[in-house]
Write a protein of this length. Structure first.
Length: 753
């Protein structure tokens, strides 16, 4: 224990004995071999070599330079996640008998893994109220139902989307909705990086990362907070390995000691890295979940105390800096270390590394955003970058590590309930011939709440799993059941299609995925790079799939006629791209991409100079109040048995799942053999009289999971790890008010025998 702190202090590396000593490594190669040598191997290779952007994460590998190349032209850049995603898409169709024979009650029993393994969706189907089975339906009937459903009052029509679809489909979706007069454009980013978008916009006048991949290669320090990139963005690990090789430092901030962030075996460096593993973290800090603001204020304090503060930079390029510096100075070390549970020497070690570095890139993901103070977390990172002048120059900056492969593109295309960039807003108003509705649309949480109050009649879901992605699954199910008509567009069945049922009519439409479209499409990576994916074919025989662009343009045509333009012409996405080039700021090069096939970095996004698109041209700094983090008392869970322990559960992804889609039940890197596990610190378990592998009950504020296996792991005391979507049944989440994002990473729960 730190003498000044009541908190136990890191490191907490007491990991489970069954876990490997490095992340990545041979299991990755075994996985590749198993899949590429299997009967599906030929198709898998063909798809890997197809010129299309990787389906999986936002790092954005693939595209015109081929499946194994990144935007810098570097080879061997496709990871196992990519194989996982492709291999799920090239499965055979779900046999028609499955839906004929299994009632909806039976389908509701399927786990996420089982639902995905049914295969690909291959014909449009409908579940009518009062019936028990999904049945095949004609496209004409689909359009008739959809058209009627979209003729409701605009505020009673909503969409939800997930970031797998193309820019072209995203642009059409928002244009169709806005033409209706509805801003109800909920998107998975509301559950994800919305606090980053909101925070970066306010601070720097941009919505996205200001760092390019090229820039990252010039950094000599990376701070990676709340991101398990070894699992979720594996190719970022290569950059960290190279940075360490050139003498740079990596600071990891994460309550859980993720093995792949300590040491990672990368197949990109088969000899020196794959088997021995490469060192990743130079310093590993394990704060209390939700306390990152305190940690960053501590780092700022130490930077200021030791003269690493760049006052001239602050004066010239920022505003509000005095208050931020004063706040860091006047917050006591006791308050800081007490709040974040990291000792002063450790915080000072981080400040020393940052202060001495020439260029620091600050990267983060869900451990930062999915908190009640997610926006403050983002501000505190931005403040740290500015205090040290680490923004607006090569090799430095702020880099939210995005989620889905095209989630950032959805935001750029205007699929958002946040304020639009002025250029986009003006262009859309011009096109529509009137101002956009000023009513704030429903973001994802608002949508669920509004539906619960019977304010939504029609919902279209462009991909995703709205039911599975939301907290409080019982509420999600109830809310969706109050919507008259829900139309799901999807490549594969998921638990949402069986549990997120509408009041009258639920329609599931089978779509082509990114490498099967009859035309080219584009996506935008988290590094602001626009990729072009070639047309392709589906392996599904006799399937009645539709391309997303085709469905959206036809529906819009039926609802809007030729207002504000000829929708049917847009069925050729080349024309959508021309529209995008004219309306979306920074996308000018889209106008010629069909002729040149040249992928590009969006203009105005990468900051190599400290000039910001804020009203004043300066970065707007704001102070970040330290959070008060107190776990509720065991008694507040209304259990007769209060002998357990209350922990803060960080809910997230296992190795081997993509969001709500589970590929494999175990997480070998954390030693969690199946989905129904809770990973906790040994001392917590023992203090509550629990032992390893014991089956316990995990009680949240609205539900519980039983028979949960206790797994010991390298997480700090007071924190625990569980997997979604399963864990979403136990809690109703607090929500970050500015961004609407649920606090998925600090879910209080009582663990008891
Ligand atoms: N293979 C794979 N890749 C994916 C996905 C996937 O499901 N599978 N999903 C995609 C999507 S949509 C997204 S958004 C990203 C998600 O990528 P990540 O954000 O990396 O994923 P998470 O599992 O949500 O958790 C991130 C990490 O945050 C840590 N953490 C939790 N609470 C805190 C905290 O309070 N402070 C700090 N500093 N850390 C904390 C957790 O221990 C965990 O290691 O990945 C994308 N890529
Ligand atoms: N407890 C907890 N909950 C969370 C999170 C957490 O960390 N903890 N993370 C949140 C985050 S970051 C996110 S992003 C959300 C994810 O939420 P979503 O994006 O809603 O969910 P996914 O599981 O990614 O959606 C997968 C489905 O998308 C469909 N799909 C795949 N490809 C395509 C395509 O090309 N077109 C179409 N139309 N459909 C396609 C398939 O049917 C597949 O089943 O979950 C959130 N929920
Ligand atoms: S890092 Fe992301 S984009 Fe790159 S290959 Fe892996 S999953 Fe695909
Ligand atoms: Mo996400």
């Amino acid at each position: 224990m730190d003498s000044k702190s009541l908190q136990p202090v890191p490191p907490f590396h007491d990991k489970n004995e069954e876990t490997p000593d490095i992340g990545g490594g041979l299991p990755v190669i075994e996985y590749w071999a198993e899949h590429t040598l299997s009967p599906e191997g030929a198709k898998l290779w063909q798809t890997l070599l197809h010129k299309s952007a990787c389906l999986s994460c936002s790092w954005g590998t693939g595209g015109q330079k081929g499946g194994f190349t990144n935007e810098e032209g570097e080879k061997l850049q496709r990871c196992m996640k990519s194989v996982e995603a492709i291999s799920a898409e090239i499965k055979p169709a779900v046999p028609v008998e499955v839906f004929q024979q299994r009632s909806i009650q039976e389908l509701q029993q399927l786990t996420s893994l089982e639902a995905d393994r049914l295969g690909r969706l291959s014909f449009p189907m409908i579940l009518r109220s009062g019936t028990s089975h999904y049945e095949r339906i004609s496209w004409e009937e689909v359009y008739n139902i959809a058209e009627t459903a979209f003729r409701k009052a605009p505020d009673r029509v909503a969409s939800y989307s997930s970031g797998r679809s193309s820019n072209e489909a995203a642009f059409l979706l928002q244009l169709m909705m806005r033409s209706l007069g509805s801003n109800n454009l909920a998107d998975c980013s509301d559950l994800c990086h919305a606090p980053s978008t909101f925070g970066l916009k306010q601070m720097f006048g941009t919505n996205t990362s200001v760092v390019s991949l090229e820039n990252l290669k010039h950094a000599d320090c990376v701070v990676l907070a709340g991101a398990n990139s070894a699992y979720n963005h594996p190719r970022l690990m290569n950059e960290l390995i190279k940075l360490r090789d050139r003498g740079g430092k990596v600071i990891v901030i994460n309550p859980m000691m993720e093995i792949g962030l300590v040491k990672f075996g990368s197949p990109a460096f088969p000899v020196k890295s794959l088997i021995p593993g490469s060192d990743i973290s130079s310093l590993y800090l394990q704060p209390i979940p939700g306390s990152d603001v305190a940690l960053f204020v501590g780092i700022q304090k130490s930077l200021i105390d030791r003269g690493f503060i760049k006052t001239e930079f602050l004066k010239a390029h920022t505003e509000g800096w005095e208050a931020v510096v004063e706040a860091a100075r006047s917050t006591s070390w006791d308050t800081i270390t007490e709040t974040c549970g990291v000792s002063q020497p450790e915080i000072e070690a981080a400040a020393t590394i940052i202060g001495n570095a020439k260029g620091v890139v600050f990267g983060w993901a869900m451990g930062i955003t999915q908190h009640e103070n997610g926006v403050d977390n983002v501000f505190s990172i931005g403040n740290t970058a500015l205090i040290t002048g680490n923004i607006g120059k090569e090799g430095a900056g702020v880099m939210p590590v995005r989620g889905h492969s095209n989630v950032q593109g959805f935001g750029s295309m205007g699929v958002t309930t946040q304020k639009l960039k002025k250029g986009l807003q003006d262009a859309l108003e011009n096109l529509l011939g009137h101002p956009l509705s000023e009513v704030k649309g429903y973001d994802t949480r608002d949508l669920i709440e509004a539906a619960d109050q019977e304010k939504v009649e029609t919902l279209i879901c462009l991909g995703g799993n709205l039911y599975g992605a939301n907290p409080d699954s019982t509420q999600a199910k109830r809310s969706l059941s109050k919507i008259d008509t829900i139309i799901y567009l999807a490549t594969k069945p998921n638990i949402g299609h069986f549990n997120g049922l509408a009041k009258h009519t639920t329609i599931v439409l089978p779509v082509r995925n990114r490498f099967e479209n009859p035309y080219k499409t584009t996506t935008e990576s988290g590094n602001n790079f626009v990729r072009l994916s070639d047309e392709g074919e589906t392996h599904l025989k006799d399937a009645d799939l539709i391309a997303e662009v085709e469905f959206l343009t036809e529906l819009a045509h039926r609802v809007h006629g030729d207002y504000p333009l000829d929708w049917r012409k847009l069925r050729d996405p080349k024309f959508v791209r021309q529209l995008i080039a004219k309306t979306v700021p920074g996308y000018e090069q889209m106008a010629t991409i069909d002729e040149t096939q040249e992928e590009f970095t969006i203009t105005g996004r990468i900051l190599n100079e400290p000039k910001f698109s804020t009203p004043s041209g300066k970065a707007a700094m704001s102070t970040t109040p330290l959070p008060t983090l107190k776990l509720p008392d065991a008694r507040s869970f209304n259990q007769s048995n209060v002998n357990g322990i209350v922990v803060a559960i960080m809910t997230g992804r296992s190795y081997s799942q993509h969001n709500t889609v589970v590929y494999k039940i175990g997480d070998q890197y954390r030693g969690m053999p199946h989905r129904n596990c809770i990973l906790m610190n040994r001392s917590d378990a023992e203090s509550a009289g629990l032992s390893e592998h014991q089956r316990v009950t995990v009680q949240g504020n609205v539900g519980k999971l039983e028979q949960v296996e206790v797994i010991y792991g390298a997480v700090r005391p007071g924190a625990a790890v569980m997997f979604y979507p399963e864990v979403n049944v136990i809690f109703k989440a607090r929500v970050e008010t500015r961004s609407g994002t649920p606090a998925f990473k600090r879910v209080p729960a009582l663990v008891h025998a």
